[in-house]
Design a protein around this ligand. Structure first.
Ligand code: URA
Length: 234
């Protein structure tokens, strides 16, 4: 004779509960087919991006490479902390070293002309160099000097978050883009630094010596201005 179904069901539930208790004591967790929830990851605090002032303070009276010995002023950078357009040159020359500001000598004069022809004020862009102390006799900065200084430029870029970086000259292009491609092949073609668009072009010092090439930098800058105009809202 079949038993009362309610009694049967109650017995079944009791047995199942005993069985589950027994399994738990053996260390089993969860029902068959259930995937255990992954352990919760600790929430990482968001990395704080230092301000330009903090980066400058971190550099202090920098002696991270041998260039400190011959400098008058460390040339950190100049311009708007929220610039949409940033220029990156190579290293300070004699005038920059004297004044503590980038591109204030003859090359700076040409850069200023270019900016005003483009309808830009110097105060609305940001100008910095790969290396922040003057190499003696205006020689090219050496690999160890670039390696010591580049992290600070990278922090400046992080702080400013420009929409476009214009790189002036081969040395700066090679250092920031990590390439050995000749500048003649890089210039005029969009590159990337992370998610930031980069336009390499000729260094103003070169354009002072080779005025017949200025139209190429003008054309490179037209691309930059068009991009910025098309992304006003960014
Ligand atoms: N050349 C550079 O590369 N940077 C300067 O600041 C001046 C001249």
């Amino acid at each position: 004779m079949p038993e009362d179904p309610v009694v049967e069901l109650r017995e079944l539930v009791d047995n199942l509960s005993d069985w589950l208790r027994y399994q738990r004591r053996l260390g089993w967790r969860g029902l068959p087919g259930q995937v255990a929830a992954p352990p919760k990851k600790p929430v990482e605090p968001e990395e704080k991006v230092p301000t330009l002032e903090e980066i400058r303070a971190e550099m202090g009276d920098c002696r991270r490479c041998k260039l400190y010995a011959g400098r008058t002023h460390l040339v950190f950078g100049d311009g708007a902390a929220d610039a949409r357009l940033m220029f990156v040159g190579e290293a300070p020359g004699a005038d920059e070293d004297q004044q503590g500001l980038p591109f204030v000598g003859a090359a700076g004069g040409l850069l200023n002309n270019l900016l005003s022809k483009l309808g830009l004020r110097r105060e609305e862009v940001y100008i910095a160099n790969i290396v922040k102390s003057r190499p003696p006799g205006n020689r090219d900065p050496e690999a160890d000097e670039i390696a010591a200084c580049l992290p600070f430029l990278k922090k400046q870029i992080q702080a400013i978050r420009p929409r476009v970086i214009v790189i002036l000259g081969r040395i700066a292009a090679h250092a920031l883009l990590g390439t050995k491609e000749p500048l003649t092949r890089l210039r005029g073609h969009w590159q990337r630094y992370g998610d930031i668009r980069v336009m390499p072009t000729f260094h103003p010092s070169y354009l002072l010596r080779a005025p017949q090439e200025r139209h190429k930098t003008w054309a490179d800058m037209q691309q930059v201005m068009e991009y910025l105009a098309d992304h006003e809202e960014d």
